[in-house]
Ligand binder design. Sequence first.
Ligand code: NAP
Ligand code: MN
Length: 266
Amino acid sequence: MAHRNHLYFYYLKDEDTDEKVSQLTEVAQSKGYKIVDHTDEANIIVSIGGDGTFLQAVRKSGFRQDALYVGITREGESGLYCDFNLDNFNEMLHLLMHEELEVRRFPVIKTRINNGTDHYCLNEVSIRSTIVKTIVIDVLIDDCHFETFRGDGLIVSTPTGSTAYNKSANGAVVDPLIPSFQVSEVASLNNNQYRTLGSSFILNKDRKLTLNIQSTGNDHPIISLDNEANPIRKIDSIEVEMDDAVIKTVKLKNNSFWDRVKRTFL
Ligand code: NAP
Ligand code: MN
């Protein structure tokens, strides 16, 4: 790995964080790091805030494959994507400068709406009805019809996204070492006309999932890509696949995914 010393700080501006960032800037500069103004010039992108901020840092910087992402929480915050706290910023810089740096690789999903351009997601893509009526979705696995869903919506999550929206919908928590994606239902209607599996299911990374939205007078559902709403109004189809793209983060010793799950939920 080439020497990484161009840092970009991503955070939501407020007085307190501004102050913290200028302190961090000084520390980083004194250790030979250069602070850059644009994510394109950075090879280390530091998010300061919780998981929501980390998701934005990754999205706004375009899911950089050649950069390392670092999540730093502020006081009182914790996060599944954040290994560091403002208090151990020095330790983080120290880790970055050393060769035995451990890096995590989080699989991401690639979604295509209405056969348009591809968008990566780190947590999930979700589709939800925005009106009182249900939405009807044909679910295809590898181009074969699997089920027809009718209800509030569907969530397709990555392993790291499995602890977010997916978990609230009773999905399983998936180890990010397993490149796979999971489909979870939001309030499916089940009767003699409509029947869905009723449980979440996990697909291998080489599968293709297609969601075809039936026109039933409810064709303006909301699609969210992580914490951003997609502006496309009329949705016909969503394709989800997984390629080799990953989000790389710096790993703190003795802080595995399951340690963080335990810390967050148990
Ligand atoms: P938010 O409303 O602040 O997020 C909801 C909560 O989810 C926050 O506590 C957030 O942590 C946490 N979170 C985000 N990613 C997570 C992950 N991978 N594992 C565990 N917790 C996670 O909105 P946001 O901060 O912009 O986050 C967007 C995410 O919220 C979406 O990607 C979706 O997964 C989730 N969401 C959940 C529900 C639900 O559970 N019913 C509904 C809509 C969206 P921080 O406080 O550290 O940001
Ligand atoms: Mn949040």
